[in-house]
Design a protein around this ligand. Structure first.
Ligand code: SF4
Length: 206
């Protein structure tokens, strides 16, 4: 990989992905971090359905902190891993109230200390909630990094994050994150990618 090639890939992705925006619904940082925690191993569409009811009943950190866990589990059940996710969002809300005075912190170091928040979730919150340059690498961005040669097959998500950050200008990280994510989600899928007529085949290692 080099910067020129990376720029060419991004230019083609901008041609294909007309609206590189997040697909999770959220109105504030509270809703964002809850939605991102809930989105593990499920689809954004399912999360959006569930959070409509969840945020009506539990509209802020304080309400969620005091929620009845069985009620939360019941609401988020369609997403899977409901027990763990319910525990995570309630404990996260409790930590934001008790440790940060009810204000979500805006550094990676602090965010990853919150229950249920890993590096990817923290990076999504930085990028979408605070507009702070970050490059969250999920399964799609990891796969894209391998297919386009930002990293070698077998290298991990952290290597992918480092490589994206090395070859993509900082002011483009957030936009690039959406482009790779949506291209991976809808076109260059893990199984049966749409390779016929793919404009990016020249850059692809497959
Ligand atoms: S050629 Fe296929 S695998 Fe390669 S980038 Fe295009 S869709 Fe993905």
């Amino acid at each position: 990989m080099n910067k020129e090639k990376s720029n060419e890939i991004l230019a083609l992705l901008r041609d294909i992905i007309k609206n590189p925006k997040p697909e999770l619904d959220f109105k504030n940082n509270y809703e964002l971090i809850v939605a991102v925690i809930l989105s593990a191993q499920t689809t954004d569409k399912k999360v959006n359905i569930v959070t409509k009811e969840l945020f009506l009943k539990y509209p802020d950190y304080k309400e969620l902190m005091n929620a009845d866990i069985d009620d939360v589990i019941n609401i988020i059940k369609p997403l899977g891993l409901a027990n763990n996710k319910a525990k995570s969002i309630i404990n996260m809300a409790s930590s934001v109230i008790k440790d940060y005075g009810g204000i979500l912190p805006n550094t990676l170091e602090e965010l990853v200390k919150l229950p249920g928040v890993g590096r990817k979730t923290a990076s999504v919150v930085l990028a979408l909630g605070f507009n702070i340059p970050a490059m969250p690498v999920d399964t799609h961005l990891h796969r894209m990094a391998i297919r386009f040669g930002y990293i070698k097959d077998g290298e991990d998500v952290l290597k992918a994050e480092e490589a994206y950050k090395k070859y993509i200008p900082e002011e483009e990280w957030i936009d690039a994150h959406h482009l790779f994510l949506l291209f991976g989600r809808y076109h260059c899928k893990a199984q049966n990618p749409e390779c016929d007529g793919c404009k990016l085949s020249k850059y692809c290692k497959i």
